[in-house]
Design a protein around this ligand. Structure first.
Ligand SMILES: [Mg+2]
Length: 232
């Protein structure tokens, strides 16, 4: 078994997958998923396959090939066949024999005593995800292991920080990466869309975007991302 020094925990919706069109109507004011509404309205196959990817997915893919690194998906979703189909189709699961483990609301019973399942299932996102933080820490320990959570939910990021994890605000980072893509596509008009999938090129554009920001803006992002340079 490989020595694990980096554990990455990935949220899906709003972090690496743009499912805004079907999930957004199911969020409450604090950004928590209304599970009943989500299950009845948002989980239809024809809607799931309309989801698209966010720029951060390239970092996720790169991390899937990184040495001494293990990746987990911890999502507020209840995962159905269509959800797994989408992940496989996008190379986010079952890739290079790296069958990235998915922790979701429907897998709680595998790791929690029966008497706790209902309570955890109905918890707000941050407390629900904390259940899986505990589980993942039990798997890998604390000694010499660096944990990083990628999420777009402020409460989850706060919880991750409480656990001593690096907490990467996916909304901000996707915005940064999008600025890079936009500026770079204006700069290099002859480049094809295909290059969006190239990590080195993406990084070039990110660094290009970074150089276009004012010192004030750089400062703003630096405060939010003390770990950005390391993560990228
Ligand atoms: Mg999310």
């Amino acid at each position: 078994m490989k020595q694990i020094t980096n554990v990455n925990i990935w949220d899906l919706d709003g972090t690496v997958i743009n499912s805004f069109h079907r999930v957004q109507p199911c969020l409450d004011k604090a950004g928590n998923l209304d599970l009943n509404r989500y299950l009845s309205e948002a989980c239809k196959h024809e809607l799931i396959v309309q989801d698209s990817l966010l720029p951060l997915v390239e970092l996720m893919r790169r991390q899937m090939d990184a040495p001494n690194t293990i990746n987990y998906i911890v999502t507020a979703r209840t995962m159905f066949k269509s959800d797994y189909y989408f992940l496989r189709k996008q190379g986010l699961r079952g890739r290079n024999k790296d069958n990235i483990q998915v922790f979701s609301r429907d897998t709680i019973h595998k790791f929690a005593p029966l008497s706790d399942v209902k309570h955890i299932y109905n918890s707000r996102d941050a407390d629900y995800k904390a259940f899986y933080f505990d589980h993942i820490i039990r798997l890998h320990g604390r000694e010499g292991v660096n944990y990083t959570m990628y999420d777009d939910h402020k409460g989850v990021l706060e919880k991750a920080r409480e656990y001593g994890f690096n907490a990467v605000d996916a909304t901000q980072l996707n915005e940064m990466l999008s600025i890079g893509i936009k500026l770079a596509s204006e700069q290099f008009l002859d480049e094809t869309i295909q290059d969006d999938l190239d990590i080195d090129y993406l990084n070039q554009r990110l660094s290009f975007a970074w150089q276009q920001l004012t010192e004030e803006e750089q400062d703003y992002y630096s405060v939010k991302y003390p770990k950005l340079a390391q993560a990228m």
